[in-house]
Write a protein that binds this ligand. Structure first.
Ligand SMILES: Nc1nc2c(ncn2[C@@H]2O[C@H](COP(=O)(O)OP(=O)(O)OP(=O)(O)O)[C@@H](O)[C@H]2O)c(=O)[nH]1
Length: 209
């Protein structure tokens, strides 16, 4: 973070655009924005049912984007164990909810993660926690897939990593082109998963089963 900053509505804005968030100040600022949005869709933000909606919506958005404030090392919390296991480990169908950075509407689906250990294994829940860190942000599916792969690769230094993501994008389902049943599939293969056809095939077969 740069040394020079100004305080705007309780949040520090650095000269390079970085923002140090003060949660209370952000909540208030965001709630004010939602109040304006309500007015602009033709609503009365003062009617009873909407009185607390701006604060609720602000809290919800902070929850949907909580991944910005999480660090992979904190999430893994040291749960890397030495183990002489050299077969593929797969955790599949990890549900995620994310938000499309183009329209700020949800996209959601499942992530399957596989890796080939190099004498180190990761606590299983940590794979799902890594998915949370990168999905709880404004995203595009391709970048989220890559970031998950890189995080697993960096944490474990395995012989290879494979990630498959299948998702429905509300920006394509409920608006725009309105293709209700469309699914987007993305994958990233690292190390043996990229270079060894057999490893790759085994991963895709097991992830599909
Ligand atoms: N590659 C990729 N595209 C995405 C993702 N999420 C949303 N998009 C696309 O982002 C594009 C934005 O296109 P624009 O033409 O700028 O916006 P738009 O007029 O709202 O587009 P339409 O959705 O076609 O109505 C759309 O094609 C979306 O489907 C994603 O995760 N990955």
């Amino acid at each position: 973070m740069s040394e020079k900053y100004q305080v705007v509505n309780g949040n520090k804005i650095h000269e390079n655009g970085d923002r140090e968030q003060n949660d209370d100040a952000s909540l208030k600022e965001m709630a004010d924005c939602y109040r304006l949005i309500l007015q602009n869709v033709g609503e009365n933000p003062k009617r009873e049912g909407l009185l607390k909606t701006p604060e609720r919506a602000a809290k919800a958005l902070l929850f949907f984007t909580k991944g910005y404030h999480q660090k992979i090392s904190d999430v893994i919390n040291g749960a890397i164990f030495t183990e002489n296991h050299d077969e593929m480990v797969i955790v599949k169908d990890i549900e995620f909810f994310s938000m499309c950075e183009h329209h700020l509407v949800p996209f959601f689906g499942k992530v399957s993660i596989g890796y080939l250990p190099n004498n180190k294994i990761l606590g299983l829940s940590k794979l799902a926690r890594i998915v949370e860190v990168f999905s709880r942000r404004l995203q595009v599916q391709e970048r989220m897939t890559k970031e998950i792969a890189e995080a697993v690769d960096e944490a474990l230094k395995p012989l290879g990593v494979g990630i498959i993501v299948s998702a429905s994008h509300m920006c394509m389902v409920s608006r725009g082109v309105q293709k209700i049943n469309s699914k987007t599939l993305t994958s990233v293969m690292v190390g043996e998963f990229r270079t060894n056809q057999k490893t790759r095939d085994e991963f895709f077969r097991l992830a599909r089963s």
